[in-house]
Design a protein around this ligand. Structure first.
Ligand SMILES: Nc1ncnc2c1ncn2[C@@H]1O[C@H](COP(=O)(O)OP(=O)(O)OP(=O)(O)O)[C@@H](O)[C@H]1O
Length: 605
């Protein structure tokens, strides 16, 4: 890896560290009023960071970050007012209190959003409603908590500023020192979040943003990860709110206003969605433009400036400032995606595959059967799965065939838990999983490849395999060893560093199949795996499926009759959601009734 590539990889650490040092150095020269105003930009940057975690990384546009910010601000400030009289210091109590309250309120709202499985639009609207609700309630909410007096519309005043030391020795800091403290707190929060998002947690969050269903099919508990990310972001917002209280010495309900809520996404978009550091860049750019051109920190022209900045952004810099810089930098780096075009034909070595499958059995236990009893699924008037009772065991592969719309994919999805059946049952290795979530079935050993290849396009080929292997092993080194083995078995070593989105459809099919193998599945469901493959590749796939079926229960949905023939397995014909015929492919091919349903005739049906 070249020096430029190494620097690019660590840019999210190196440049923010340099920016922190620059801000600290600037504190020595800027005038106190600018330091005072710039502190608010740093606080808004923290708020933007909180949104970028859930939106840029998690994929959910939350308009509730100002709610957690406001709640953290109020709660932290109430704690500050009371603790300052006891200890002489306030910030060291208010910051953790604000962060904890922000995290808790985010966890509560997140629980409703994620466990009710809300769609992204619903979640955005709910988070916005939550902010409006707080805005409305806080207007008339009056309460005395110890020395703190929350006075509805009048807000909460008398919030202690930033002091150093304790008791009578505590000294209030001036605007420049407060700026330094704010920069240090923001830097600490940024590097912590950055560390979290660079690790396995962040990788899973990225996968969820790209394809939540696939992430769950790999065995990751998507809702828990989403909830944890939302709570972390709530903590960052609450921290920002408590810092704001100490900076302004005053908080009122405008903190929950529509204008505040809409500013945060703008900071993130201007800086660069998903970059984390961009939130600070956006807040500083917007803040500085308002300050220098718009008539002061909260100048009257701020809205006009925001409008112009947004229009320019949409027209010229869709990925924000950092996004644009990143794109320019990437142009100078070696193009690993070029390797996607070096298509060597796949050659599955049955001995190597056998070794991998034996090892998988060693790790995951013996193959499991799959059984459905009277499985029934309907969509309005369409019944794609109509009381299907079948049992599948390891040994020979099973093929499900039938004309378009026969219900083959729906049956697999009902087995995988993607569709919840209205009646009947699904058993994996004798365990009833009918009501179990997708992730639970994955943990029972089910590996699923849906009709359309599902790969994480923004991740490299090797990382896609690693994510699957890690889900099963929860051990980084073991996951690396397994993913390398499967990569080499698929003959895709040269594509290891290629982004999955750059692969051809056929290569994505192989990668998706590779990911399923990384799971060491005990039951495998493959929906049209041969689609988009060359004839040679289809032959290799046949070798793979036949070998796999000796170590796990393997069920394949396929239209390619020649492929089905080479599988030499048991064939089930589905028609209108029901099992129509069964047997081996030669007999079924000669069956006039089967021909009729394919040709849409009624002669023998
Ligand atoms: N999520 C859904 N909502 C509504 N209808 C659905 C849904 N999924 C499947 N269907 C309907 O169920 C029927 C069976 O579809 P399914 O995709 O299972 O058939 P298939 O045999 O796999 O077809 P193909 O070979 O074309 O993929 C179709 O009429 C389809 O429109």
């Amino acid at each position: 890896m070249s020096l430029s590539e190494k620097l690019h990889r660590s840019a999210g650490l190196v440049f923010p560290a340099l920016a922190t040092l620059a801000a600290l150095a600037a504190a020595a020269v800027i005038d106190p009023y600018l330091a005072y105003v710039a502190t608010s930009w740093v606080i808004f940057g923290l708020l933007g960071l909180s949104l970028d975690l859930v939106w840029g990384r998690g994929g959910l546009l939350s308009l509730g970050q100002t709610a957690f910010y406001g709640l953290g601000g109020y709660f932290g400030s109430v704690v500050a007012i009371n603790m300052v009289t006891l200890t002489g210091n306030s910030l060291i109590w208010s910051l953790p209190a604000g962060a904890a309250f922000g995290a808790l309120s985010a966890a509560l709202l997140g629980w409703i959003i994620f466990f009710a499985r809300m769609g992204p639009l619903q979640a955005t609207i709910l988070s916005y409603t939550f902010t409006l609700l707080l805005w409305s309630v806080s207007q008339s909410f009056s309460m005395n908590v110890g020395d703190a007096a929350i006075g509805g519309d009048n807000g909460l005043s008398g919030i202690p500023g930033v002091v150093v030391g304790f008791g009578t020795a505590a000294e209030a800091l001036g605007p420049t020192e407060v700026f330094v403290v704010a920069v240090l707190i923001a830097a600490a929060a940024y590097f912590l979040c950055s560390w979290l998002m660079r690790g396995t947690f962040g990788r899973v969050i990225d996968c969820i943003r790209i394809d939540a269903q696939k992430t769950e099919l790999l065995g990751y508990d998507v809702r828990r990860y989403q909830l944890a990310n939302f709570a972390v972001a709530g903590a960052v917002a609450g921290l920002a709110g408590a810092l704001f209280g100490a900076w302004a010495n005053y908080i009122n309900p405008t903190i929950f206003s529509v204008q505040e809520a809409m500013l945060v996404p703008i900071y993130v978009l201007v800086g660069g969605l998903g970059t984390l550091a961009g939130a600070f860049v956006g807040a500083i750019v917007i803040g500085a433009l308002s300050f220098y051109l718009g008539g002061g920190a909260v100048g009257g022209q701020t809205t006009l400036i925001l409008g112009v900045v947004l229009i320019l952004l949409v027209l010229f810099l869709r990925n924000g400032l950092l996004g644009a810089l990143d794109a320019l930098w990437r142009r100078t780096l070696p193009d690993h995606n070029a390797a996607a075009r070096e298509t060597g034909s796949v050659a599955i070595d049955p001995t190597v595959l056998e070794g991998i499958l034996v090892e998988a059995t060693g790790r995951a236990g013996p193959a499991k059967s799959l059984a459905t009893s009277d499985l029934y699924k309907r969509f309005g008037g369409v019944i794609p799965v109509d009381k299907v009772t079948r049992e599948f065991n390891p040994g020979r592969p099973y093929s499900l065939i039938g004309p378009n719309g026969a219900g083959k994919s729906s049956y697999l999805k009902a087995c995988a838990g993607i569709y919840q059946p209205e009646a009947g049952s699904v058993l994996i290795g004798g365990t009833d999983v009918t009501g179990a979530a997708v992730v639970e079935r994955a943990r029972q050993g089910m590996g699923v490849k849906n009709q359309k290849p599902q790969v994480f396009g923004e991740l490299t080929v090797l990382d896609n395999l690693w994510m699957a292997a890690f889900s099963r092993t929860r051990d980084k080194a073991a996951a690396a060893a397994i993913s390398h083995k499967i990569l080499s078995m698929l003959g895709m070593e040269r594509q290891a560093a290629v982004q999955a989105s750059a692969l051809s459809h056929g290569q994505q099919q192989w990668l998706d199949i590779g990911m399923v193998l990384c799971l060491a599945p005990r039951v495998v469901l493959l929906d049209e795996p041969a689609a988009g493959m060359t004839n040679e590749e289809t032959c290799e796939l046949s070798v793979l499926v036949r070998t796999l079926a000796r170590h796990a229960t393997a069920i394949v949905v396929e239209h390619d009759m020649e492929f089905v023939r080479t599988l030499e397995g048991h064939v089930t014909v589905l028609h209108q959601g029901k099992v129509f015929a069964e047997g081996d492919i030669a007999a079924l091919r000669g069956d006039d009734r089967v021909l009729d349903i394919y040709l849409g005739r009624r002669e023998h049906v």
